[in-house]
Design a protein around this ligand. Structure first.
Ligand code: SF4
Length: 280
């Protein structure tokens, strides 16, 4: 049994909160660079250039790339041969978020109650998902999620007879209705199968897959390519101001489901799709 102290978890979470908010990932920057070769709209091109400049400033000044530094969504894969010592892991993760958002001057966006809306002033609690896996380490991914795009996300419970065409239509309709509100260019995370909440979880997890990496299931890969192509024909464009760069990626994750259902969840993310992963 390997022991990991909560102090190590706190320190890593704190650093990851800051780094994920201040450094745009290489895959997104590379994708924007490629789309600039294809973008025909002058204003669309200008927005893509501004996103690149903004990323450079954020990196050099260690400032958040967007004012909405999101809710801290954290995925923890805990090796079953790990013993966490010195405290409770959930408390440690929230302490890391508290310290990271304070020290990084990141906006605190969490309210304690969905109706009475008093700000918790430290961006806690985080949204935390735990998964037990083989091994003796802990893999932590932090994905701060802004709500401009989160608010445009939906779950749709289709009928099995709706099939692949029905799922594609649902995804396109949800992206169309998001339009410029989701701060395009978007990353479209899709979860298909499971239950109502599993589909939503898969859609969130799909956003972690690097831009430019397709599913290793052939028909899913074909769906991803076709949907991305069609979404980019919508004309929504960068910032919703028109152009061919509406989405950088459509990432689909699937899971077995019930004979009576076909859940489809679409979690829309924006050009500030952030994540940072460490293994401790
Ligand atoms: S949707 Fe994304 S880019 Fe837009 S304000 Fe929110 S975090 Fe920032």
């Amino acid at each position: 049994m390997r022991e990991i102290t909560v102090d190590v978890i706190i320190k890593n979470i704190k650093e990851m909160c800051i780094e994920s908010n201040c450094y745009v990932s290489k895959d997104i920057l590379e994708s924007i660079r490629q789309y600039k070769q294809k973008e025909k709209s002058p204003i669309g091109m200008e927005i893509l250039t501004q996103i690149e400049q903004n990323a450079e400033i954020a990196k050099n000044k260690i400032m958040p790339m967007c004012q909405d530094t999101g809710m801290a969504v954290i995925f923890c894969e805990i090796g079953q041969d790990v013993h966490i010592v010195g405290g409770y892991i959930t408390d440690a993760i929230n302490e890391g978020v508290r310290q990271g958002y304070k020290e990084g001057y990141l906006r605190k966006s969490v309210v304690r109650d969905p109706f009475f809306r008093e700000n918790t002033k430290d961006n806690t609690p985080a949204i935390i998902y735990y998964d037990m896996v083989p091994g003796n380490d802990i893999k932590i991914t932090i994905a701060p999620k802004g709500f401009g795009s989160e608010n445009m996300s939906q779950v749709s419970m289709l009928k099995p007879a709706d099939g692949i065409d029905g799922a594609k239509k649902t995804i396109i309709d949800i992206v169309d209705s998001a339009g410029g509100n989701a701060c395009p260019p978007m990353i479209v995370g899709v979860g298909i199968g499971g239950t109502f909440e599993k589909a939503a979880f898969l859609a969130k997890k799909a956003l972690l897959r690097p831009v430019g990496v397709n599913s290793n299931i052939d028909y899913v890969k074909d769906m991803e390519i076709e949907l991305l192509d069609n979404i980019n024909k919508s004309g929504i464009g960068p910032g919703g101001l028109g152009g061919v760069t509406t989405a950088l990626a459509v990432n689909i994750e699937t899971y077995p489901t019930h004979i009576a259902g076909l859940p489809v969840a679409v979690n829309i993310s924006c050009h500030a799709t952030r994540h940072s992963t460490r293994v401790i």
